[in-house]
Write a protein that binds this ligand. Sequence first.
Ligand code: ZN
Length: 253
Amino acid sequence: MDEDALDALATAVRRADSTVALTGAGVSTASGIPSFRGEDGIWDRWDPNAFHRRRLEADPAGFWTDRVDLRAELVAGDPEPNDAHGALAAMERRGHLDAVVTQNVDGLHADAGTDRLVELHGTNRRVRCDDCGERRPAEPVFERVRDGSVPPRCGCGGVYRPDVVLFGESLDDDALDRAQRLARESDVFLAVGSSLSVRPAALLPRIAVDADASLAIVNFEPTPRDGDADHLFREDVTDLLPALEARVRRCQG
Ligand code: ZN
């Protein structure tokens, strides 16, 4: 690890009034969550049309039957927060991180204790009624589906759906607004484990840089935003973030 580069980033974080992290799939893979995109990713092996908005409307029972199978694969390794999730939560607790904006839907940032969290694509931990919008924890509803209640229905008669952005749907305006505001108001924008290739994650670093933030990118693979980065690390996020957290904390006194 480049210690000087890490020192420079730690100094920037310490001096910042606002540091915001954007996290992508690379933060979850270390917890055993299979990646969604790319070769042998979830969407390489599962037909995305099975989880399309149109399928939910046309064949809600089939949608849910497939969704239960997908979920079984996603949680097969009993995923828990890893050191990267932990480091971000610790930085927030000590006042060195304003918020985490995530592309992930696995709920692991919340498990790790991150409080100020924007889940751009929603969360698999909840379902919501497609008619009245009522939200509830997902697991009991998955249980009902496994017991044969397909599709699962809300008290109002509407069909439940995962509280995530489905194929064929647009992002939640409120989440997007919050993420853009956080990016605009940040002094340090930390993009972690994201290929920065999918909107809106692709746009947020640019918004931050345009508002004069320092941009740090931590990712194994090159990203389209690397040319804008003030701090660039081709490191494992579970090594880099704990090292950064320790350094920011140590230099505090
Ligand atoms: Zn309802």
